[in-house]
Design a protein around this ligand. Structure first.
Ligand code: B1M
Length: 232
């Protein structure tokens, strides 16, 4: 039996458990991540704390080693899969806050880009805050966004991009909305690791959101403004 198999997660204290979850995420061990999440929930950790400290914290380490050429795509896919296992447990709990309905959002990752963990996290947090979310998935050409906007008529369009090569596609979507006279019908929020506020402004989005918590706050602020303007 290997040393790894001897570790009993429930016997670790919180700090050790989170460290072990970082290792397990790194090794793509989905079942262990799910077990770790359940243990932290039993110990009274808030779902949001588990998400940010154990799961996102672990993924940050994976990201650094991916960047430095220590980890490769297959390993990172396994880590992503393990993270999704943990997120699946937390999703209903984050949505359970009984928050009043705040508004609605269509969200998707742009064409050429298949990263979806951040987008999924934003969707979960938005749902938890009382937004109705329609997630159109990854690799979306402009037509998909426009169809979803037409069909669901949300308050917000959210776009995600994780690659410097795909982030300019957000401008293609916004420019097409402008051409079709639809831009002002929606609040456009953008996010993803390589973006920044300046980029958000330059492409004509309403706001850039650094993380899921900022996305929720920004969405609330803009929807309230929109409703106030409509009632004025
Ligand atoms: Co990719 N990848 N990847 N990858 N990957 C990055 C992004 C990279 C930075 C890694 C690195 O080199 N350090 C790098 C991009 C470099 C660049 O463009 N400058 C990179 C690369 C190069 C690639 C490939 C090209 C690798 C290759 O094939 N050679 C390839 C591209 C595939 C493609 O998309 N066409 C690729 C593939 C993959 C995997 C498939 C293996 C996997 C994705 C699995 C999946 O998503 N299902 C993967 C992963 C996991 C990563 C890293 C390690 C982690 C991303 C992640 O999930 N982070 C990433 C390194 C990194 O970011 N540190 C990397 C956790 C997540 C919670 O954070 O996504 O930033 P994030 O989301 C945050 C905020 O950004 C914000 O809120 C979220 C939650 O707080 N946010 C929004 C995100 N979207 C939002 C939308 C909003 C609002 C806020 O709308 C309102």
């Amino acid at each position: 039996m290997s040393e790894e198999e001897d570790i009993i997660l429930s016997e670790l204290d919180d700090e050790e458990l989170v460290q072990q979850m970082f290792d397990d995420l790194y090794d793509g061990l989905k079942e262990e991540i799910e077990e770790g999440v359940n243990i932290l929930l039993e110990r009274g950790w808030a779902p949001y704390k588990i998400l940010t400290e154990a799961l996102v914290g672990g993924m940050t380490i994976v990201g650094a080693d991916f960047r430095d050429g220590i980890l490769f795509v297959p390993e990172v896919l396994l880590a992503a899969n393990a993270m999704k296992g943990g997120m699946t447990i937390l999703k209903p709990l984050l949505a359970e806050t009984g928050a009043p309905r705040m508004g609605s959002m269509v969200i998707g990752t742009v064409k050429g880009d298949i990263h979806d963990i951040g987008k999924n996290l934003v969707s979960m947090m938005m749902e938890g805050a009382g937004f109705e979310v329609v997630d159109i998935g990854i690799n979306n050409p402009v037509e998909n966004y426009l169809e979803a906007l037409e069909e669901h008529k949300p308050d917000i369009l959210g776009m995600s991009a994780l690659l410097t090569t795909t982030m300019p596609y957000m401008k293609v979507v916004i420019d097409t909305m402008i051409e079709q006279g639809k831009r002002d019908d929606y609040i456009v929020l953008v996010g993803g690791a390589p973006l920044n506020e300046e980029f958000g402004k330059a492409i004509g989005a309403d706001a850039y959101c650094r993380d899921a918590a900022v996305a929720v706050e920004t969405a609330k602020e803009y929807v309230a403004r929109k409703h106030n303007a409509m009632n004025a």
